[in-house]
Design a protein around this ligand. Structure first.
Ligand SMILES: [Zn+2]
Length: 195
């Protein structure tokens, strides 16, 4: 699946911290359009243009006040969503819920024990607006395929009809959503892989 050298599956950079930086779909699309000859003919030129953009994004992220001082507002907004950081999900309750959701949605996914064994190389959360809205996004999905956590999309989308939306956060018995859950009362990031 990752044979295309400029596939979204290959535009990820693993960082020493365990986080992953990935190019947005829009960044890849715009670069594809700007590339001449087409990137399929010159994948190396595409990759080097992408690396230049990544370098510029990192420079802006490091010192936004200085880097953006002469930039039009809409360009700043474009840069802000040009790359996304993925962060390892280490809260085991959250992780179990997401794993269950993927199984219920009929993705082919590795078993939960194997997922936990991956520690901070497993499923990730993302800072994009789709993730914030749905608790899953194309970046996390592509990352999970890249790592072999997901190996197949739902084989029969018809099976999903009428199943309703998935939800990672559970409501408490009083019906108040988003409350801290009994199994892990620690803030995200302080969970462990030992239970
Ligand atoms: Zn995302």
């Amino acid at each position: 699946m990752a044979r295309d050298p400029i596939s979204p599956l290959t535009v990820f950079w693993e960082l020493a911290s365990g986080r992953v930086l990935c190019a947005s779909q829009n960044t890849i699309s715009v670069l594809r359009k700007e590339c001449y000859p087409p990137p399929e003919e010159t994948p190396e030129a595409f990759k080097s243009a992408l690396l230049e953009w990544r370098q510029q994004y990192l420079m802006i992220a490091k010192n936004p006040k200085e880097a953006c001082k002469d930039m039009p507002f809409d360009i700043i907004c474009d840069w802000a969503v040009s790359f996304f950081y993925l962060t390892p999900i280490i809260d085991l309750v959250y992780l179990r819920d997401l794993h269950e959701r993927l199984v219920q949605a009929r993705y082919k996914v590795i078993d939960f024990a194997s997922l936990c064994a991956l520690k901070n190389k497993g499923l990730m959360s993302c800072g994009c607006k789709t993730y914030l809205h749905r608790a899953f996004c194309v970046h996390c999905c592509a990352d999970a395929f890249r790592k072999g956590i997901l190996t197949q999309f739902p084989s029969d989308p018809e099976e999903l009809k009428g199943r309703g939306q998935g939800a990672v956060m559970k409501s408490n018995p009083n019906g108040k959503s988003g409350a801290k859950r009994k199994a892990n009362n620690k803030p995200a990031g302080s969970g462990s892989y030992t239970d």
